[in-house]
Design a protein around this ligand. Sequence first.
Ligand SMILES: *Cc1c(COP(=O)(O)O)cnc(C)c1O
Length: 374
Amino acid sequence: MSAPETKSSAKPVANPWILAIAPYIPGRSTTDDGRKVIKLSSNENPLGTSPAARAAFAGAANQLERYPDASATELRDVLAAKHGLDPARIIYGNGSDEVLHLVAGAFAGPGDEIIHVRYGFAVYEIATRRVGATPVIAPDRDYATDVDAILACVTDRTKLVYVANPNNPTGTYSARDEIARLHAGLRPDILLVLDHAYAEYIDGDAEDGGMALAESASNVLVTRTFSKMYGLAAERIGWGYGSAEIIDAMHRIRLPFSITIAGTAAAVAAVADTEFVDNTRGHNAEWRRWFSDEIGKLGNAGLRAVPSQANFVLVLFEGKLTAEVAYKGLMDAGYIVRWLPGQGLPDGLRITIGTADETQGVLGALRDLVETAG
Ligand SMILES: *Cc1c(COP(=O)(O)O)cnc(C)c1O
């Protein structure tokens, strides 16, 4: 008896649009030679996590055999009360990354176009290609989001626009009137996704009006995360707010148990700990200002801080010291930052605002590198 004839080369072949995805590169936590160093590469909270959130997380250890509440009722109720929202219109996911994927999956497919800005969050392009849609890249205005450039990219095929505000990796912020103008310029059948991962870090009480648009318009989704300000990146809790129709479509493709009991408990406790959030916001504002000012003093060496409203600063290297040399030099000095040549930013380093010691340390190391470069 002989086996049915098969070509020895036969094998499953992934969809071509999947193979076109350049994999996401996470921030590193060790050097090339494996040394553990100070990690300023992933925009994590340098003050840690709310002690109340930590205690709530530990308290969940006696429920490990249980499935989580698939409808996340407690989390939605807490978020709705905190932000003045309708709990029925809150979606949640395994980090806001999952929410960003869900919206593409529910609203776009092969033949459709999804717009994002040139120096935008890497997940947008992956989420776009994953569903077979085509990424369309809007040029920036000196690293900032350019509303007119986005509107000029709209075609009959445009289904969705991703805008992070503040943006990552640039840290730039588009004010309320700019976001209103963007929304007003989009056809009502185009979904505007406003990614508010860093919304809590904006100076003063400023906000871009996105949540009010999500409340009233039928084509806006706002996403938020517990990973940054709330210091819960490990626990992967993100959420979004939009019209009942948008949220309903996303629920249909959501994994039923994508957020955990422990993560939910930590998130609920974190929302109540306003002191931790206030401390983080104050710390970040102070050291972001200090760091940006100090980089400004290195202007004659070609260094420049892009104005940031987030918990990191994009530093441009336009003189003798290149970003690549600075990246390696900082690693030797014990600091890992983010160099993003793969995202079209070979001349920039994105540096997370750390503790006071870390922020002063990384600035001192940069100053030494500037001196060595001459
Ligand atoms: C960090 C970040 C997120 C949040 O990701 P999570 O999946 O919630 O951890 C979303 N958008 C942007 C722009 C980010 O930088």
